[in-house]
Design a protein around this ligand. Structure first.
Ligand SMILES: [Zn+2]
Length: 386
């Protein structure tokens, strides 16, 4: 994207976010709060008005002429988000501020054709029930080619070379955008995140799940690298003898030290009575909050390795912030001090203060919101005509 286009795109994100959070708000207030020039704000507002996304209302007069305030016309643009995860697929219809109006969850079928068939049937139901649906965003736990939006590889299911975007688009007649879940989650923080990251345009999102992925945002856009391969930091070498192997079988990767599976393995090492149980990561977190010391220790040790990896990333990329997403974000009160301690200890070499790290501002819905944000990104990107 050319620099001027990038700036316009980022400014649109900023103005939309301000209207979303602070509506009703005047042009002057947006200009004041964002340090964008009044004329820039007016141009963007006019464009968003023309597109039917925001509208004007009359504010209360404080003596003189009543001010003109802006509101979001949220129902004007609806999107379908499809979050294909290893256990479940979550599908939802939401407006452009991420308000979900319809939702369906089903088990992801290990057969990709069966999963596609189910996705299509839910899309067809959504389209019958809701109006103004502009597109479908899909996020998957694997590698996606950003040019063709073909799923290159999903390790969990061993799915390869799946032309998901073109197949789904052909059947439903809607534009479809597909991306990796960590990239999508990062976009969600940008479009729908809370004020903590509202003005941050360079950050890394670390998505901790069964595996571990990262989404890199530079200049308000996902950094894709060649063939979408950027962000595979889950496979950077952290040490030897991790409690589990990564998806590719190595016991040296960050993922092997800091994923949900590694935390569960640490917990089971401490609790031999649970060795054969099918305890989930969420149960581990619940136990930790219920003062199970072994569960707490397993999380804190995992947080230490998360911190080591994050510290490597921040040394190399120097982002403004790092966001931690996935169910681990629920354990934030238990892990944040260990995470910060590790980061502070390893920031000594660089001589720079450690980068702020915080839990996802979107809670449990980061990936679903990510899928929806793919539609927003497409809609507002200057590269693809709206
Ligand atoms: Zn690996």
């Amino acid at each position: 994207m050319a620099r001027a286009d990038t700036i316009r795109y980022i400014n649109r994100q900023i103005v939309l976010n301000y209207v979303r959070e602070k509506e009703p708000i005047s042009r002057a207030e947006i200009s004041h709060e964002t340090a964008l020039q009044r004329s820039t704000v007016s141009l963007i507002v006019d464009e968003l008005k023309t597109r039917g996304l925001i509208y004007e209302v009359e504010g209360e007069s404080t003596g003189g002429r009543p001010p003109t305030l802006l509101r979001l016309r949220a129902g004007a643009c609806m999107a379908i988000g499809v979050d294909i995860a290893t256990a479940h697929t979550t599908m939802a219809v939401a407006d452009l501020v991420g308000r979900v109006v319809d939702k369906e969850v089903f088990e992801t079928d290990p057969d990709m054709t069966a999963t596609l068939r189910k996705v299509v049937s839910v899309v067809q139901r959504f389209v019958k029930t809701h109006t103004n649906i502009e597109g479908i965003g899909v996020c998957v736990p694997g590698l996606v080619d950003p040019d063709t939006e073909t799923v290159i590889f999903i390790p969990h299911f061993k799915w390869r070379n799946w032309p998901l975007a073109s197949e789904l688009s052909k059947i439903t007649g809607l534009p479809v955008t597909v991306d990796n879940d960590a990239n999508a989650a990062a976009l969600a923080e940008l479009w729908l995140g809370r004020p903590e990251i509202r003005d941050v345009r360079d950050f890394i999102l670390v998505l901790v799940e069964e595996g571990l992925g990262t989404g890199i945002i530079f200049d308000g856009q996902v950094y894709q690298g060649v063939a979408g391969g950027a962000g595979e930091f889950g496979h950077m070498t952290i040490g030897k003898g991790a409690p589990v192997a990564c998806a590719a079988g190595s016991e040296e990767c960050w993922e092997a030290f800091a994923s949900e599976r590694s935390a569960l393995a640490r917990y089971k090492q401490r609790r031999s009575d649970l060795a054969d149980s099918h305890i989930t990561f969420l149960q581990l977190i619940e136990n930790a909050f219920a003062d199970d010391e072994d569960a707490k220790e397993a999380l804190i040790e995992t947080a230490h390795y998360l911190g080591l990896g994050i510290s490597n990333l921040t040394k190399g990329l120097s982002p403004e912030a790092v966001i931690l997403a996935g169910d681990i974000a629920r354990a934030w009160p238990l892990i944040s001090s260990e995470l910060r301690r590790t980061l502070a200890a390893s920031s000594i070499c660089s001589g720079l203060p450690s980068t702020p790290v915080f839990a996802s501002t979107l809670g449990d819905h980061t990936r679903l919101m990510g899928a929806l944000s793919l539609v927003l990104t497409r809609k507002f990107s200057p590269v693809v005509p709206a």
